[in-house]
Design a protein around this ligand. Sequence first.
Ligand SMILES: Cc1cc2nc3c(=O)[nH]c(=O)nc-3n(C[C@H](O)[C@H](O)[C@H](O)COP(=O)(O)OP(=O)(O)OC[C@H]3O[C@@H](n4cnc5c(N)ncnc54)[C@H](O)[C@@H]3O)c2cc1C
Length: 546
Amino acid sequence: MPEPVPMPVNRLVDVAIVGAGLCGLALARLLMARGQTVQVIEARDRLGGRVLTQQCATTGQALDLGASWFWPETEPRITALLSELGLASHAQHDPGDALWLTDPNREPTRRTEPNGVHVGARRITGGATQLTHALAQSLPPGCVRTNLAVQVLRDRGAFIELQPDTGHPIRARQVVLALPPRLVHEHIQFEPPLPAAVWQALAATPTWMADQAKSVTTFAQPFWRAAGQSGNAFVRHAQAVLGEVFDASAEGTDAGALGGFVALDAAQRQHFRRGLPLLINSQLTQLFGAAAQNGEAFLQDWADEPWTCSLSDRKHPSEPPLNEPLLRQPLWSGRLFLGGSETAAHGVGHMEGALESADRLHHALCRPHASARSAVALPVATVAGGACDTRSAAIALFASSVQALRDMAAHRYRLHLTRLLSSQQVELLTQRALLAAADQVYSESLARLDRLLPALDAADSQIVNGRHALTAALLAPFEGWNKGLLEAALQHNAASCALSNFPTEHQPDAETLRAITLDLAAAWREFALELNSRLLVAAGDETLVS
Ligand SMILES: Cc1cc2nc3c(=O)[nH]c(=O)nc-3n(C[C@H](O)[C@H](O)[C@H](O)COP(=O)(O)OP(=O)(O)OC[C@H]3O[C@@H](n4cnc5c(N)ncnc54)[C@H](O)[C@@H]3O)c2cc1C
């Protein structure tokens, strides 16, 4: 990355990004590297949004009170970004027995979870804010303005005017709203209004984890490990205070920590506010014994955070995130875009989704500059030869990478399924795991396409009725893959003991199969359109894209 240059104040910028969470920061870094002027506007006095790490002064541990885990096998973007930024990660501690408490008047029982509980999850060493800090450090001084909440967006034709709660309007050629859709719906006014369908989709998209409270309690040692316990616990009775507990100890210290998600809803937490640390302490003591009595408790209630939790999220219990294509459409003739994890096609709701969204927007916002093209050129040896040979080699490379992704898809389906099961999510298992596996293939295929664009020389091809001439050749390796994936999934389900308790998943009926097929077809259509759009943008035909 080149040395960042300070931002001049109050001038028309290429792109204004509202929200300095993971998506906003990652996008700003990508755009700045392409030589664009960027202004990030953040309502809070800190960066990172739902990524928040607090330091425990007593034990010296970094504690994640927001996002914490990522899964390298299914989340390639965050894995690659951490390695690019030189940030370390470590495995979530899972070995040992989990505890289950189903009756408040009984002792917990110990259970061995054959697949573990967190299925390959890792944590960023030093806390998840290592990632957002590293991204922020790559931006020039003045690029991010904090304590400024955007309230109104006005389309002025050649630019968009953003009116914050204080101070002068900010002007930008293009704007990205990198924040939860429901906050856009509740806090931002649009002149002219957004299309009704998009407006409804914004209101209907839940903010992942926004209504949750997370606690981390620190100890001098992770004493449960010596007792053969993993630190994982599930409390499943009506008086549960923490529903789910896990080992949150920092890497490289002798100290220990137990994290947990509070089982009380936002209104109950409000009611028990002052007594909550004591209730958490007593729940941990009931689970792990007297050694858990003297912990130091840290608590973050996200429902109290107006820049994360919308009024609507507060009212309704947490729902799994949706994959909503409407939120990925360009608005105001390609000058306005929605972003953030909830708008992602893959990894929606997760940090991976925030990065996927940043990546998509980076391509949607404008055409790659010549310098960026040469920076991602293919190794010469791979594509040596004339323009035609180079292109054929690039198409062949794309086809072989699609084949490799196809080969992995069934395995990834099983991974998504196991993860859903181990996080106690039991609704629409097959459908969700299949879509996650398919979206992952599409998302990674688009990332591979981006790397091959220079060699594909998209500008030197015909465009007929908005369809780029290379689109068909690049989509060909996907032939029959949706059907194959569905068949592999059904075969796995029929043989799976874990699914035998879920008849609709074990042997899905015709209606369920129809719904799954329609969903897979919709995901495919969106991918095919996006692939075509990227070729059109690379060909310089932006008018056909927005
Ligand atoms: C308790 C908890 C646990 C989680 N655990 C995990 C996990 O283990 N793994 C995982 O992958 N993900 C996890 N997540 C989800 C993860 O944190 C998010 O997916 C990710 O951080 C979202 O990033 P984002 O940039 O899309 O949005 P956000 O982080 O929400 O950022 C949006 C930003 O916009 C700002 N903003 C809002 N309104 C305005 C406005 N009007 N003007 C200006 N700025 C505004 C906000 O202040 C915020 O900084 C967890 C989340 C929570 C709350």
